[in-house]
Write a protein that binds this ligand. Structure first.
Ligand code: FE
Ligand code: FE
Ligand code: ZN
Length: 277
């Protein structure tokens, strides 16, 4: 079954996101665990969670993706910045257990001048502190475009992080099509080659989710600016190959394109017509 959804506002709770998904033809969704700038999270409403879990079963939502605030920087040279990232992630992971067996995605971080090696060590240290063997959530590293000193611009960098994580069955990767394009991976002309490279370096069994975004910029531009499906440099034909690829077609796909709900609804319906059942 094609698992497709989009980024939704979490301001009205979990049940609301499930209902919105149903309304726009989606069967999964992504949301920010808290204000993307990293404020305090909303109190967990157990009644809302209960209704959400019932609704999910009823409409066939079997996985959701929580996204950490994008301002967290686990790679920072500033101890306070790292402490804040660690506390936020630990709290997010605790809250995620109210909706067990789902996915939690985060941006690895930026090393801001101190070098990739130290940045990666800082990320690994935080992951080893916040990931517990009791958790049912899989933590995903997002593939990044390589803007500034962003870590995660190559499969090799992600692999180095994974290698440092002790509880390996709790860690995976979320591939963002806009980001990998901007990082220089040619998913338009050489999707098989890119996936083979991913498999060789990281292992495709670690790939747990796809952010499906077109890009405003050229291959290798290191820019990270999302575009609507079919209006960017990746294009509809490439997305048809991506969602139908035998190694990808069973993964959940999440739109983060510049859209309101009606735009997402249209893109979901387009992608459904392109998906070969
Ligand atoms: Fe992201
Ligand atoms: Fe993304
Ligand atoms: Zn992005």
């Amino acid at each position: 079954m094609f698992k497709i959804g989009c980024h939704l506002s979490a301001s009205k709770g979990y049940l609301d996101m499930a209902e919105t998904s149903e309304r726009i033809g989606a069967n999964t969704f992504q949301f920010f665990t808290r204000n993307p700038r990293g404020g305090k999270a909303k109190e967990i409403d157990e009644e809302d969670i209960k209704k959400f879990l019932e609704k999910s079963k009823q409409i066939g939502i079997d996985v959701i993706l929580a996204h950490a605030p994008y301002t967290l920087n686990c790679a920072s040279s500033d101890l306070r910045v790292r402490e804040f990232a660690k506390e936020t992630m630990a709290d997010d992971l605790k809250r995620m257990e109210y909706t067990p067996n789902n996915l939690y995605n985060f941006h690895p971080g930026s090393h801001v001048g101190q070098g990739v090696e130290i940045g990666i060590k800082n990320i690994v240290d935080i992951l080893n502190e916040v990931i517990t063997k009791e958790q049912t959530t899989t933590v995903l590293l997002e593939t990044m475009a390589g803007k500034g000193s962003e870590i995660g611009r190559s499969f090799e960098e992600l692999k180095q992080i994974i290698d440092g994580v002790k509880l390996k069955d709790k860690i995976g990767v979320c591939l963002d099509t806009c980001h990998v394009n901007d990082a220089g991976y040619d998913i338009v002309n050489n999707l098989d080659g890119v996936l083979e490279e991913f498999d060789k370096i990281i292992g495709l069994e670690k790939l747990k989710a796809i952010h499906i975004n077109d890009s405003k910029n050229d291959l290798g531009s290191h820019k990270d600016r999302h575009e609507k499906i079919g209006e960017g440099t990746i294009g509809t034909d490439a997305f048809e190959r991506i969602i139908n690829h035998p190694k990808l077609r069973n993964l959940p796909f999440f739109l983060e394109t510049p859209n309101e709900l009606d735009g997402y609804e249209k893109e979901i319906s387009l992608l459904k017509t392109l998906y070969k059942n």
